[in-house]
Ligand binder design. Sequence first.
Ligand SMILES: [Zn+2]
Length: 256
Amino acid sequence: MDFDLVALPAFRDNYIWLLAAGSVAAVIDPGDAAPVRLALKERQLKLAAVLITHHHPDHMGGAAALAQEHGCAVYGPAHERIVAVDRPLSEGAELQLPGLKARFRVLDIPGHTAGHIAYQGHGIIFCGDTLFSAGCGRLFEGTAAQMSASLAKLAALPDETAVCCGHEYTLANLKFAREVEPDNREVREYTDECALRRERGEPTLPSRLGRERRVNPFLRCGEAGVQDAARRRLGRKPADAVEVFAAIREWKDGFS
Ligand SMILES: [Zn+2]
């Protein structure tokens, strides 16, 4: 990778992603401007672009101030109302980040919010609150069918893709993944690995997509173990993979 990729912690468990090449940077989902200002100053970087995945305040709250301070563009979802966005994007759009020599492709991934988008390029996916490590976002504005399709779109990316999502939820997600698939050995191994990272104060992210396909129950709705868990929840055989997903998502909503 020709870039530095840094997860800046914000609020309680958010990450703002900083992508830098040379002295130029872009940030993804700056819910708060303060940690971004600090990182830019420490690293002596100039901000060239702000990218937003969806309209929740913890993902875009700092965008307007940063854009004003740095005179840079704000890219974001075309189908959501975000005042700071001056470059609306949807599926298939390509953006070239000035000064970074970076190119990203936009994917529509509705479910968590109605117009949620992801940015994919250079072996990285910035997926906001849609795919988390070992989990997925809640369905605030979309249906289970939409979220299922969005996750399938992300799951089709190459194994090595670095998954850069919006929150440090990995350990809590893995606790749930163990309930769904108690016999999945890789879930246990990944839990140990992530616990160690958190003890050291390091992020568990980015994770790799290949691993997500092996440990994330929401990407495994076609697997017998996950289907069995859904069947036990529903008290009958789920009709299809979307119903498996819906049952697991609803179970997770009430799980702590
Ligand atoms: Zn959100």
